[in-house]
Write a protein that binds this ligand. Structure first.
Ligand code: FAD
Ligand code: SF4
Length: 522
């Protein structure tokens, strides 16, 4: 065993859902833990008041923007993700559903465990830790979604979302309401709709207010604004330890450092873990499974919208995702919002039109704009885009997989199985049109969806999936990496089927389960 002060039992790469759970549970078991996080640590007051403050909102190091929201474009999908102390919890919309039975029974992983039964206690614990509760207030957009469900004769399939938000008296600070007073102070939600640009009111249950907070109390240490770029196994007699190398992620002149540890937990999210594993497979960790980068799932999503010129309407009030409509066994639609004044996405919205290829769609867009110039000018220049636009997030359990591989300067995607993810999901478009009729608005879609046909997802999953052995997956059912001792993957990359709903609760529950299998330190 090493005696250096910078030797840890476990180094955890990333502080999102998987990383935070791992940090707390390993610290509780008596291990010496270090979490290394690429992004920044935020106080509530540091979040931007609108998404026009690009420098504070976007993670775009090339322009020296070090915010917490990242957009990455690939050939088959555009990916939205979070960067910072608390990972995706800083930018996410707090919505934490348990997936339907189809997810647990999916062929891709159902042979490994009875997931439905096994995960039940871990979902309960995840909900307790994250403070999940029912959204108590349906606002205008939620009520319109309810009407859509009613018109389809499926009102019982509509519900308010289960969310990780503190609903005390609006903006009133109280002592910790969740952990018998042991946790941090909280303030009640004021339904401002800003959850996805960071909660400035201390009402959103981000990971720094639960898992990471208690991990620190239990002795976990943290390095922020540092990116792990290499892991090298070191053989000491019969024991393998690892050298973990990091570099500064926000400084102009990059500082580098290294520490050693007995074990590593990869929790960088799909966009952090998979590029790193692909790189390491070609360099210092060649025994990793050939499946690294395979079985990537997009949750079969489509992000659409409806804009109305009626200034009396206000879609911006409420929590970021206030309601969900389970349109059928496989499909879910959620009403999503940004706060008043947050109109960045206005620059990306186009008429929602279909067509076989981009040329046909471009022609259709041009014709639509020529035929109805006044209508579209009014829609593009609505006074407050967030107030007058309802974003609609459509998700399906339908399976298709992509793979990520390294090209000479960045990752690239390839279709692996099923049909390529598409921006043109007929059910999503039909529901959006129904919604538009109800609110007297116009359906719109992201530019990248309408013209390029590339769907956008906030829920990228897989890439280091489970298998019975190395030929089938990268990790076993307890998240242990095949081919190396004491390396784990605990984040969205480990999700081995398509949940068809927002995945963070599942990532949390799976990590709780994985950590429960690791014995206490002796
Ligand atoms: C706008 C938006 C809204 C969303 N809304 C919801 C929602 O309502 N419900 C839901 O369930 N999900 C939602 N999601 C998705 C959710 O945020 C992700 O599924 C979840 O955060 C993934 O968790 P994770 O553990 O895989 O990693 P993440 O939470 O992504 O965390 C990974 C962390 O690792 C860090 N990292 C990566 N690589 C390195 C490295 N090499 N070195 C050091 N650090 C590194 C990253 O900076 C990041 O902070 C939303 C996402 C977005 C973008
Ligand atoms: S609606 Fe506003 S106050 Fe409530 S959790 Fe979201 S950002 Fe915070």
């Amino acid at each position: 065993m090493e005696n250096q002060t910078n030797h840890y039992d476990y180094v955890i790469i990333g502080s999102g859902f998987g990383g935070s759970v791992s940090a707390l549970r390993l610290s509780e078991k008596g291990y010496k833990v270090l979490v290394i996080e690429k992004g920044k640590k935020y106080e509530a007051k540091e979040f931007p008041s609108s998404n026009w403050n690009l420098k504070r909102w976007l993670w775009l190091p090339a322009l020296r923007f070090f915010g917490f929201f990242k957009i990455t474009f690939y050939r088959h999908v555009s990916i939205l993700s979070g960067v910072g102390f608390g990972g995706g919890s800083l930018v996410y919309a707090n919505t934490l559903p348990i997936p339907k039975k189809e997810f647990f029974k999916a062929k891709s992983w159902s042979h490994l465990a009875n997931w439905d039964e096994e995960l039940k206690p871990f979902y309960q614990e995840a909900k307790r830790m994250l403070g999940v509760t029912k959204n108590p207030l349906l606002e205008y957009g939620d009520k319109a979604l309810k009407l859509v469900s009613k018109q389809m004769g499926k009102e019982d399939m509509f519900e308010a979302t289960d969310v990780a938000v503190f609903f005390g008296e609006p903006e009133k600070t109280v002592n910790d309401p969740y952990f018998n007073g042991e946790g941090p102070e909280r303030a009640g939600c004021n339904f401002c709709g800003a959850c996805m640009i960071g909660c400035r009111y201390n009402a959103k249950n981000t990971l720094d207010k639960n898992y990471l907070y208690f991990a620190e109390k239990k002795g976990a240490e943290f390095l922020t604004e540092k990116e792990v770029y290499n892991i090298i196994p070191v053989q000491n007699n019969s024991q393998t330890t690892y050298k973990v190398k990091w570099k500064s992620s926000t400084k102009l002149f990059k500082r580098k450092g290294e520490i050693t540890c007995n074990g590593v937990v990869f929790s960088g999210g799909v966009l952090g873990t998979i590029p790193l594993l692909l790189k390491l497979k070609n360099t210092s960790l060649p025994n990793l499974s050939e499946k690294v980068g395979g079985n990537i799932r997009t949750n079969s999503e489509s992000l659409l919208g409806v804009t109305s010129t009626d200034t009396e309407k206000d879609f911006s009030k409420g929590i970021a995702i206030g309601s969900i409509f389970h349109a059928d066994k496989f499909s879910h639609l959620e009403a999503v919002r940004y706060p008043s004044g947050s109109g960045f996405w206005r620059t990306q919205m186009f008429p929602m039109l279909d067509g076989k290829n981009w040329l046909i769609r471009l022609l259709k867009v041009i014709i639509e704009l020529i035929l109805h110039p006044i209508k579209w000018l009014k829609l593009f220049f609505v006074k407050d885009w967030a107030k007058q636009t309802q974003i609609l997030l459509f998700m399906q359990t339908i399976n298709n997989t992509l793979s990520f591989s390294k090209s000479w300067f960045r990752m690239k995607t390839k279709l692996e199985s099923g049909k390529a993810p598409t921006a043109f999901i007929p059910e999503a478009r039909k529901l959006t049109k129904e919604f538009a009729k109800i609110v007297n608005g116009e359906p719109v879609a992201l530019l990248s969806e309408t013209l390029l046909g590339i769907p956008t997802t906030a829920h990228i999953l897989g890439g280091a999936v489970m298998g019975k052995d190395k030929t089938e997956g990268v990790i076993d059912k307890n998240h242990k990496v095949f081919g190396y001792k004491n390396i784990y993957v605990c984040d969205g990359s480990a999700i081995s089927a398509n949940p068809g709903v927002n995945p963070s609760l599942t990532i949390t529950a799976l990590t709780e389960r994985a950590m429960s299998k690791i014995p206490d330190k002796v």
